[in-house]
Design a protein around this ligand. Structure first.
Ligand code: GDP
Ligand code: MG
Length: 166
C-alpha cells in the first residue's frame, strides 16, 4: 500500500491545506494568493503498513504567458508519473473555466482519479449532490469524497481508502 498521489485543482481550492492536514506539519506553502506553491512540494504520509507521497501541483490555470505554459505543462506531466490523482474542487463555487481546463487535461490521464469536493463546511449538505452529479458528467471518477481540509471532515476516510487502493 504505497505510491505517489498528485493533487490537482484550481488555485485556492485547498490543496496545501489538505496536505498539511494529512501530514500534520506545515510543509506545503499556504497563502490566499494563487500560485504560492511553485514547486512540486511533497508530503509523505507513513504508517506501519503504508506510505503515500503527496505531490502538490502548482496552481493550474489557463496559461496566459510562457511562464504559465511551463507551469501548466509541469503540473500535467506530473499526472502521468503518479499512481493516483486527487482532483480537488471548491464546493462553494460553481464549476468554472478553470475546472473545465483541468478536466479536459485529465481526460487523457490513465490513472485513477478521485474527485475531492473541499470546503463542505461552507455549504448546506443538500447542495452537495448537484455538485457531485455535475462533475460526474465530465469524467469517470474512481471515487468521490466531500471533505473539509480545514476542519478535517472525511479526510481520514479519504486517506484510508486511498491507502487501500494503492
Ligand atoms: P491551494 O491554492 O489549493 O493550495 O489552497 P490553500 O490550501 O492555500 O487554501 C486557500 C484558502 O482556502 C485558505 O485561506 C484556506 O484556509 C482555505 N481553505 C482550505 N480548505 C478549506 C476548507 O475545507 N474550508 C474552508 N472554509 N476553507 C478552506
Ligand atoms: Mg497551494
Amino acid at each position: 500500500h504505497s505510491g505517489f498521489v498528485a493533487i490537482i485543482g484550481r488555485p485556492n481550492v485547498g490543496k496545501s491545506t489538505f496536505i498539511n492536514h494529512v501530514i500534520g506539519q506545515k510543509i506545503a506553502i499556504m497563502s490566499d494568493k494563487p500560485q504560492t506553491t511553485r514547486n512540486k512540494i511533497q508530503g509523505i504520509y507513513t504508517t506501519d503498513e503504508s506510505q503515500i507521497i503527496f505531490i502538490d501541483t502548482p496552481g493550474i490555470h489557463k496559461p496566459q504567458s510562457k511562464l504559465g505554459d511551463f507551469m501548466v505543462d509541469s503540473a500535467l506531466s506530473t499526472l502521468n508519473e503518479v499512481d493516483a490523482v486527487l482532483f480537488m474542487v471548491n464546493a462553494t463555487q460553481k464549476r468554472g473555466k478553470g475546472d473545465d481546463f483541468i478536466i479536459k487535461r485529465l481526460q487523457n490521464v490513465k490513472k485513477p482519479i478521485y474527485l475531492v469536493i473541499n470546503k463542505i463546511d461552507q455549504v448546506h449538505p443538500d447542495d452537495l449532490l448537484p455538485i457531485v452529479d455535475d462533475y460526474r458528467q465530465t469524467l469517470e471518477f474512481q471515487e468521490v469524497y466531500p471533505i473539509s481540509a480545514l476542519k478535517g471532515n472525511n479526510v481520514s476516510e479519504l486517506v484510508n481508502n486511498l491507502v487501500t487502493d494503492l
